[in-house]
Design a protein around this ligand. Structure first.
Ligand SMILES: NC(=O)c1ccc[n+]([C@@H]2O[C@H](COP(=O)([O-])OP(=O)(O)OC[C@H]3O[C@@H](n4cnc5c(N)ncnc54)[C@H](OP(=O)(O)O)[C@@H]3O)[C@@H](O)[C@H]2O)c1
Length: 428
């Protein structure tokens, strides 16, 4: 019996994911699980949800809902894919969990670590499956690379560099209202793109530690964080963020460094022909693994072994579709096996990464509006109902740089731009 998906929100990534769900699993040599889409909800209108279902080629009898509340109440839905902006994830995922639905939620999982902790605790207590949708972790390419590095192919890993940056003019491409730059939607490079750079660092300096004979002696621990952020003048969201992480070594020695970077103004691949080289470098004492970007959908890599001539031979792994079905397959298997979390994207690791990003923001005084940093669940919150007057009324008193340029009158006190309210009061 196929896993029955409900889709919460109808934006860009929801389309990609839903179309991937409907790809025949046999095309990726999968036969033990399958998927179907039984419903989708749009907070904008039922017509938009219906259009979405039609455009994605979903089954004729899939239900269209004009509210997230109706979707979570549908008893035919096994698991809900949450594809709203990260600002909404805490409220939307809690809405699903309180209705006893399993959930896969897009990255960045939440705005802050406390929200993530609350969601995972709620899911665990209700025996529900919950996972952050960091799709690359489930790519066969990433599984293979983790296994080969864990098996010691490049020796002990001492340093990882990872970048995901897009060379745009954010003023022209996004302006102040797009979710990439809008503080009310938790905009900024780090939560949207930097999470991939961090994922590469964590896969090799955290996730695989202690999982094999060659990593057994390595200490697995939270990294020390040092970071620099520069803000987008229009809104105050981060436009470039560089993070240096120091992962613990045994007895205080053998620490490893992870350097995760992201930027909205320079590209990991300026000529779009790969001339800039690998976006990710995993460096061990026997050699180096290089992965070519984009960090969110890699297909090529190569091994450069210390002191050997036969270097630089690239290996390629094709993706038969967009590539989001692999994370969906993992969800289906976990549901089938009665698991509440995936070992590949565990609750604990998701929280540690959110904590890391909290620290980066704290060091650089980046706080989001109280409404979206809040850890108080409210089913009737506008993030759940889709009523978004706060996104459409511009505060006349706010001049850039202000992350809170759009707010309703009722939120004005919390959102007004001044030196007091922009401090990091919401992040512990
Ligand atoms: N895994 C990936 O490769 C990947 C790629 C891109 C994005 N993402 C993640 O997916 C999430 C959504 O990104 P996206 O690019 O799909 O965004 P998007 O195209 O803007 O879609 C977001 C959807 O959320 C809903 N929504 C509800 N309240 C909203 C509000 N106040 N403002 C804007 N949208 C609102 C809307 O759907 P309704 O009107 O139907 O409710 C909207 O279509 C983000 O967290 C992002 O980080 C992941």
């Amino acid at each position: 019996m196929p896993i029955r998906w409900g889709i919460l929100a109808t934006g860009w990534i929801a389309q990609k994911f839903t179309k991937d769900l409907l790809v025949d699993p046999a095309t990726r040599q999968v036969s033990d699980i399958s998927h179907t889409v039984v419903a989708a909800a749009s907070s904008s209108s039922v017509d938009r949800a219906q259009k979405f279902l039609t455009e994605c080629g979903c089954p004729q009898d899939a239900k269209a809902y004009g509210s997230y509340h109706e979707l979570v109440a549908d008893p035919n839905v096994d698991i809900i894919y949450v594809a709203t902006p990260h600002s909404h994830h805490f409220q939307n995922v809690m809405l699903c969990l309180k209705a006893n639905r399993h959930v896969l939620c897009e990255k960045a999982f939440t705005v802050n670590a406390k929200q993530a902790e609350l969601l995972y605790a709620e899911a665990t207590q209700r025996k529900l499956f919950l996972m952050e949708a960091v799709w690359i972790r489930f790519f066969p390419l990433c599984r293979e690379l983790r296994e080969r590095v864990a098996a010691g192919e490049i020796g002990r890993v001492h340093r990882v560099f990872a970048d995901l940056s897009f060379g745009d003019h954010p003023e022209e491409k996004f302006g102040n209202d797009h979710r990439m730059t809008n503080m009310n939607l938790a905009g900024g490079a780090m939560l949207d793109l930097g999470i991939y750079s961090l994922t590469w660092v964590f896969q090799f300096l955290y996730h695989i530690r202690g999982t094999s004979a060659s990593t057994q002696s390595e200490v697995k621990g939270r990294p020390k964080v040092a970071a620099s952020m520069s803000k987008f003048p229009g809104t105050g969201a981060d436009e470039k963020t560089s993070i240096v992480l120091t992962f613990p070594g045994k007895d205080g020695a053998d620490e490893a460094h992870g350097i995760a970077t992201t930027c909205l103004r320079t590209s990991f691949d300026p000529d779009e022909h790969g001339s800039a080289g690998p976006a990710i470098r995993i460096q061990g004492d026997k050699g180096e693994l290089q992965v070519f970007g984009p960090a969110f959908r890699p297909q090529r890599f190569r091994w450069i072994m210390t002191g050997k001539d036969e270097n630089l031979k690239e290996e390629k792994r094709d993706i038969p579709g967009h590539g989001m079905f692999w994370e969906a397959d993992e969800c289906a298997r976990c549901l089938r096996d009665g698991k509440t979390e995936s070992e590949i994207m565990s609750h604990e690791e998701s929280i540690v990464i959110m904590e890391t990003m909290d620290q980066v923001r704290k060091q650089n005084e980046l706080a989001y509006p109280e409404l979206i940093e809040s850890t108080t669940y409210d089913a009737n919150n506008e993030l759940n109902t889709g009523k978004k007057p706060w996104l459409t009324i511009r505060l006349p008193c706010c001049a850039p740089p202000c992350g809170n340029a759009r707010a309703t009158a009722e939120h004005r006190p919390a959102y007004a731009h001044n030196s007091q309210s922009s401090k990091l009061t919401a992040i512990s």
